[in-house]
Design a protein around this ligand. Structure first.
Ligand SMILES: CC(C)(COP(=O)(O)OP(=O)(O)OC[C@H]1O[C@@H](n2cnc3c(N)ncnc32)[C@H](O)[C@@H]1OP(=O)(O)O)[C@@H](O)C(=O)NCCC(=O)NCCS
Length: 164
């Protein structure tokens, strides 16, 4: 399908109702509005894809421990899927991790073993499958744990030095 030009930027409070609609249309057990409000105040990693004035996708990620960032949720509006927006969101999350979460060394997420679309998306963006969490979801489904190492420029220059 054809790609669409979207702008990816930080989420604003007025975006939350559209985000909740996308979340509700994407997951069997959507997160509550209160969680999104809380994440907007606290995460510093809540981004949206805008098509004109409309929100067509989003992701939110949050630090978990010192070196790890977790993608809490990511979804694209049903009417805008297969247009490259999911890929742009995931690539933005990797760039954001480098720029805003300087201590983070890897991004992780869980996705249902049945969710081929999302697994393919993350694999295409460089994530690897690192494990299975049994009975992760309320319905008993297992989750695939996926992860990507985030290279930071400062680490590269250290690695390329002689190590002394
Ligand atoms: C998963 C999701 C975010 C993909 O978004 P999208 O904008 O349609 O994805 P893109 O158009 O950027 O596709 C990028 C790649 O993802 C994979 N992909 C996307 N949709 C797919 C599908 N229905 N079946 C198989 N692979 C798919 C493909 O590898 C695709 O690359 P290709 O076009 O070269 O084949 C979207 O389907 C969605 O919102 N699903 C519901 C919510 C969800 O599952 N979120 C992830 C859980 S963490």
């Amino acid at each position: 399908m054809e790609e669409v030009e979207v702008q990816i930027g930080d989420c604003n409070p007025e975006d939350l109702s559209e985000i909740k609609e996308i979340e509700d249309g994407s997951f069997d057990h959507p997160y509550p509005s209160s969680m999104f409000k809380d994440l907007l105040q606290n995460s510093n990693g809540f981004r949206v894809a805008r098509f004109g004035r409309r929100i067509v996708g989003y992701y939110v990620m949050s630090p978990s421990g010192y070196e790890r960032i977790v993608i809490v949720s990511l979804a694209v509006h049903r009417d805008f899927r297969r247009m490259g927006i999911g890929e742009k969101l995931v690539m933005d999350s990797i760039a954001l991790c480098k720029n805003r979460f300087s201590a983070a060394r890897k991004i992780e997420l869980q996705v249902s073993v049945k969710n081929r679309a999302a697994q393919n998306l993350y694999l295409k963006c460089g994530f690897r499958k690192i494990g299975i969490i049994q009975n992760y979801y309320e319905n008993g489904d297992d989750a695939t744990l996926m992860s990507i190492e985030v290279p930071h420029d400062s680490w590269k220059s250290l690695e390329s030095s002689d190590g002394r």
